[in-house]
Ligand binder design. Structure first.
Ligand code: CA
Length: 226
């Protein structure tokens, strides 16, 4: 899941970004409205955290322009204090939710998951079931049959993305774009390492092969057994 943070308070942007990265999100940051709008136009994000008072165009205008271009990426407005956010105006511009600063990281994550689920155009289920493999993005748990499977936040993020596209071939580049961030300029083959870890956890111990490699194209996650 890839998130854009548009926030001119650099310290806050850094803290939120670091927290989300630790949870396995890919994160990009913009410090003014125009840059944020450009980034949102050029990349498909799973959600945007949008401060209201920004240098250049403000958060309301960024949101309004995206919606005018029929970009339905979930947007959570960040507001400095009660009263700054005009709910009517926010809803007019097409924002999905808002958070008053200072907010707790746990609340932020819950809101992010909620708006992403709501915007899943009814396609994103609360829980993915692929045979006996069960992936719960909200609880961030995975199990095969009755056996819980432990994994790192990043491994879970890769699995979650594959599950959201289940049955489709997903390229390493797509996985990299959704799970890592712009700051990552390393080898796309890092994805192989994570997919191989996932196979060792969700498939090998159970004699399954839910993740298949489509040579030269990418990976596919599908039900296998159960
Ligand atoms: Ca601000």
């Amino acid at each position: 899941m890839r998130v854009l943070i548009v926030e001119d308070e650099k310290r806050l942007a850094e803290v939120v970004s670091a927290g989300l990265i630790a949870e396995g999100y890919g994160v990009d940051v913009a410090h003014d409205g125009d840059t944020g709008l450009t980034m949102a136009r050029n990349t498909r994000y799973d959600a945007i955290l949008l401060d209201i008072m920004l240098p250049g165009i403000n958060g309301y205008q960024v949101c309004q322009r995206l919606r005018a271009e029929d970009d339905q990426t979930p947007v959570i407005m960040l507001t400095a204090k009660d009263g700054e956010y005009d709910e009517a105006e926010g809803l007019d511009t097409g924002a999905d939710d808002y958070l008053t600063k200072p907010f707790s990281f746990v609340v932020l994550q819950a809101r992010l998951r909620a708006v992403m689920r709501r915007r899943g155009s009814g396609l994103a289920p609360t829980v993915w079931r692929l045979g006996d493999l069960v992936i719960d993005p909200a609880a961030r748990t995975c199990q095969r049959g009755d056996v819980p499977i432990a994994m790192t936040a990043r491994e879970f993020a890769v699995l979650e993305y594959l599950a959201s596209r289940n049955g489709e071939v997903v390229s390493k580049t797509e996985i990299l774009e959704h799970v890592w961030d712009f700051a990552y300029d390393g080898d796309v083959n890092i994805v192989e390492v994570y997919v191989s870890n996932l196979r060792r956890k969700i498939d090998a111990p159970f004699g399954r092969g839910a993740i298949t490699t489509q040579r030269g194209a990418g990976y596919k996650l599908a039900a296998d057994g159960g």
